[in-house]
Design a binder for this molecule. Structure first.
Ligand SMILES: [Fe+2]
Length: 430
């Protein structure tokens, strides 16, 4: 009996190993969770700030964005101690209409100069009942990024956000598909309230996905109205003419945010801007280049195959990223995790970027569970689970990438790799 038992155990172990290698199938994935609508907890005070979030502007400034239901001044008061606000900035206020929906007053103010790695306390619209605080990122490496796409607002999103909050990150990067409001604008307000505890404390830098387009024939023919009104990014600082694509530097990393649903052909404004932007990068100042897009250029999930935002954008722009020796490209759109090796033009290439799909934030559409078989040789790890990623850039040459699966409600590190910057690889000098 002993020999057959041993054989069975060995077989089971082999099957488990094979299943894990095939994409972590040994892990039993829980199902979808319903969407969660976050109501305004304020007792009807129309001047009370809500949906507060922060974003980087240049090397030493932050944009504070918030919404009030009624009229309120676009003023941010801030300082280094709770309740002691030495400085004050008055910004501006906008609003938008979408069919029958009228947004609240959308305020923003750019504050600074600020010291790096410093906690600041602030309040918005002089409201003394709500004090917030944020920490500025470091001026030099090391720096930690949290990265998650296709966030949505479900029970899984809450789980993901809890894990990110515990991760000691400096800046959050989001490769598109934020609220999944999908035309129903109150969901945008709910999303703003859901992410406020994190986004008011650390800068959230985002780009847009297909769920941000919200274009409706006749009723609302303009694209990205809500996204542009609520999530204004510092595009002017990188000489971009659009909130839909921009770049910024933080602590030795040049980050490029591209728009998958904006013209990307070689004659387009986005292409010309990207070409000029990458041409200006000084690798002695920013040894790392990271790019975010929404629709992945490399993807072995059966979901979202063959879409023009993947195929044609890759055909148009992949050469620019390769020539610039971009280190990593993060994408969303596919609701799963997948990491490719260094790749260019469909084949492994030591001087091409690592492509990572991180569209597993927790949205209501659920996971994309089916993969193409056999696994392409360039796909190193793939798994359909909710989770988030962390990029810890240690120094000019090394960064640790880890992917954290929401194992029920616990964050479990399921994939990790040390990356070496292409600027430090003599074989990749262009
Ligand atoms: Fe998407």
């Amino acid at each position: 009996m002993r020999a057959p038992m041993m054989t069975r155990l060995a077989l089971l172990a082999l099957m488990a190993a094979a299943a894990f290698a095939a994409g972590g199938a040994a892990y039993h994935r829980p199902g979808q969770r319903p969407a969660v609508f976050i109501r305004n907890s304020d007792d009807g005070d129309s001047a009370s700030p809500q949906q507060v979030h922060t974003s980087l502007v240049g090397q030493d400034k932050m944009r504070i964005s918030w919404i009030t239901q009624g009229s309120a001044p676009p003023t941010v008061e801030y300082g280094k101690s709770p309740g002691a606000y030495q400085d004050s900035v008055t910004g501006n206020t906008t609003s938008y209409k979408y069919a029958l929906y009228n947004s609240g007053e959308i305020h923003e103010a750019v504050i600074g100069p600020l010291e790096p790695n410093m906690v600041y306390y602030y309040r918005c619209s002089s409201d003394s009942t709500r004090e917030f605080s944020f920490k500025t990122p470091p001026a030099q490496l090391p720096i930690n990024f949290a990265i998650v796409g296709d966030l949505g607002q479900t029970g899984w999103t809450k789980s993901t956000l809890q894990h990110i909050a515990q991760s000691n990150y400096d800046v959050l990067l989001l490769p598109g598909d934020l609220s999944y409001a999908d035309f129903y604008q109150p969901w945008w307000d709910s999303f703003g309230r859901l992410v406020e505890p994190l986004a008011s404390q650390r800068p959230w830098m985002v780009t847009q996905g297909n769920h941000e387009i919200e274009k409706m024939p006749v009723i609302h023919p303009e694209s990205f109205t809500s996204y542009n009104a609520r999530w204004r990014m510092p595009y002017e600082d990188s000489s971009s003419d659009s909130n839909l694509y921009y770049s910024f530097d933080v602590a030795g990393v040049h980050i490029v945010m591209l728009g998958s649903y904006t013209d990307f052909d070689p004659s387009s404004a986005q292409y010309k801007w990207l070409q000029a932007d990458l041409g200006k990068v000084d690798r002695t100042r920013t040894p790392w280049i990271v790019v975010l897009i929404h629709a992945p250029w490399y993807n072995s999930n059966t979901a979202h195959q063959g879409e023009k935002e993947s195929v044609r954008m890759k055909a148009s722009m992949e050469g620019l990223l390769y020539q610039a020796r971009v280190d990593v490209v993060f994408a969303g759109h596919v609701h799963a995790y997948e990491r490719f090796t260094h790749v260019y033009n469909g084949v492994a290439n030591d001087c091409g970027p690592v492509h990572i799909t991180i569209g597993d934030g927790g949205n209501r559409e659920g996971l994309a569970k089916r993969y193409m078989n056999p696994t392409p040789s360039i796909s190193v790890f793939r798994e359909a689970s909710f989770g988030h990623g962390q990029l810890q850039v240690a120094n000019a040459t090394h960064a640790l990438w880890t992917w954290h699966r929401n194992d029920n409600d616990e964050a479990v590190e399921a994939d990790s790799i040390w990356l070496t910057s292409l600027s430090s690889n003599p074989a990749c000098k262009s």
